[in-house]
Design a protein around this ligand. Structure first.
Ligand SMILES: [Zn+2]
Length: 236
């Protein structure tokens, strides 16, 4: 039986989408781990070499990330890791305050022992990373906790939004956080998981809003919004 060397189209398309997803995930993880700071130039041909794919495929991934505001594209100059402004940072936290309580309610309404176990497993990874003082892993796992909640809540559109918001939060923390701080406080994720396990939606939502307020409060957004008045500086 003669087999065609060419794969049927659906499989080929699936492979391409999987490859794009993998490149997307690897760039996203690098952002989560603060290995790709805001403003980093993402050179198409180098990424194509690194991932052993065509430039066109890299361009597709970068276009998707640009659509999600994680990457900024400039004609003639190329792609850069986004640098969210203080206003965009406020917008991200406002969106998170709306989405994350809703995700928690949905997760608790559909909770299974397996989902609680998955959350506990993640918590152990975070505790372990903190014990080793592995800053990159701590930052990544902190962001992933929130995307995991969204994944487990089982609404794909909300999960997708949460993924974007988490990536943007990582960039924002990179830009506006105190250098010594690491996004999420250790004990707070554990408390949220406890409330979920007890199916206490009111408490889980309250803890989440406090948690987000702590993260946003640790950022120096207000100083960054002040424009320096050069005349005032040199007037005396
Ligand atoms: Zn957190």
């Amino acid at each position: 039986m003669a087999l065609s060397a060419r794969k049927p189209l659906p499989q080929a398309r699936l492979d391409r989408e999987n490859a794009n997803d993998e490149i997307y995930e690897r760039i996203l993880v690098a952002i989560f781990e603060h290995r790709l700071p805001p403003g980093t130039k993402l050179v198409e041909e180098r990424l194509a070499e690194i991932f052993a794919v065509s430039r066109a495929r890299v361009r597709e991934v970068l276009a998707r990330m640009a659509h999600e505001q994680i990457v900024e594209l400039y004609p003639q100059r190329g792609a850069y890791v986004a640098k969210p402004t203080p206003q965009q940072a406020h917008d991200v936290f406002e969106a998170r305050r709306l989405i994350e309580p809703a995700l928690l309610r949905r997760l608790i309404a559909t909770l299974t022992p397996e989902r609680v176990a998955r959350l506990r497993q993640h918590q152990e990874l975070e505790v372990d990373a903190r014990r080793r003082d592995d800053k990159r892993t701590i930052v990544r796992l902190s962001g992933e906790f929130h995307t995991l909640l969204a994944d487990l809540a089982g609404n794909s559109a909300l999960a997708r939004s949460m993924r974007e918001l988490s990536a943007l939060t990582c960039l924002i923390i990179f830009l506006y956080d105190a250098p010594t701080a690491t996004s999420c406080r250790a004990d707070e994720h554990g408390e949220i998981i406890d409330a979920i396990a007890k199916r206490d939606a009111t408490r889980a939502e309250k803890l989440m809003l406090e948690h987000l307020a702590h993260i946003e409060g640790s950022l120096k957004l207000d100083t960054a919004t002040q424009e320096v008045d050069l005349e005032a500086v040199f007037s005396s």
